[in-house]
Design a protein around this ligand. Structure first.
Ligand code: PEP
Ligand code: MN
Length: 263
């Protein structure tokens, strides 16, 4: 059902007035994790000031170590929703189990399924039964075919509002946190009718690569870019090395807008 052979036209997903997949790149910015009301409100203000329509922020965090910050859960989601409403933004946030769905759904506009859960088939079936868009991230060791099959689980359960997100795969290369599989973007665009995003933060893990990776994503035909923004990355409770501060965010967004005008 996700195949181009089944449906030739691009799927366009409208969220809060933003048309994802309509040929003009969309953007999802926000902190790695929700840490406080003040923190998310500052980021929401900066995003809203650019006329953007979406904010991300993790409340249920799938952390590699059980001793790392696990996220604020539902309290965090409520903070993110309050900040988003103040600046007319839609909320993108991850849930890590179907059990979260009922409580979390009222505070979510887009449900994120993270890389670590790309093959959590019960979660895929559960988000397949809601009528809100799903942002599905590629598993860090998933082939393109496995990624497409994960999306198929969601659409087979009834939800066709799926955004695919390339977020880097695990290779022998250590210069970046993951290896951004940029060619996955045109392959996914050819093979499926779904919009394709690139998460430049988790793929590169390097602040200095966020701009060139986003340019590459847009140039190769991605429908959007996701990147992390935090008011004070040095004290961030997760992903401190790769989030932009608000000044860097301004410069980054200006540079991307200039780049896009060349097309
Ligand atoms: C995230 O986007 O918050 C995240 C944890 O990313 P990933 O699932 O791609 O590792
Ligand atoms: Mn992160």
């Amino acid at each position: 059902l996700v195949s181009r052979k089944k449906k030739a036209e691009d799927t366009i997903i409208t969220i809060n007035g933003e048309r994802i997949g309509d040929g003009t790149p969309s953007f999802i910015f926000g902190p790695c994790a929700v840490e406080s009301q003040e923190q998310v409100s500052k980021v929401a203000e900066a995003i809203g000031a650019k006329g953007l329509r979406l904010i991300r922020g993790g409340a249920y965090k799938p952390r590699t170590s059980p001793y790392d910050f696990q996220g604020l859960g539902l309290d965090g989601l409520k903070m993110l929703k309050a900040a988003a409403e103040q600046y007319n933004l839609a909320v993108v946030s991850e849930i890590v189990t179907p059990h979260h769905l009922e409580d979390a759904l009222p505070y979510l506009d887009v449900v994120q399924v993270g890389a670590r859960n790309m093959q959590n088939f019960e979660l895929l079936k559960a988000v397949g039964q809601i009528n809100k868009p799903v942002l599905l991230k590629r598993g860090m060791s998933a082939t393109v075919d496995e990624f497409i099959n994960a999306a198929e689980y969601i659409i087979a359960s009834g939800n066709s509002q799926i955004i695919l997100c390339e977020r880097g795969i695990r290779t022998y290369e250590k210069a970046t946190r993951n290896t951004l599989d940029i060619s996955a973007v045109p392959i996914l665009k050819q093979e499926t009718h779904l919009p394709v995003f690139v998460d430049v933060t988790h793929s590169t893990g390097r602040r200095d690569l966020l701009l060139p990776a986003a340019k590459a994503a847009i140039a190769i035909g991605a429908d959007g870019v996701m990147a992390e923004v935090h008011p004070d990355p040095a004290v961030a409770l997760s992903d401190a090395a790769q989030q932009m501060d608000l000044n860097q965010f301004d410069e980054y967004y200006d540079a991307l807008m200039k780049f896009m005008k060349q097309y």
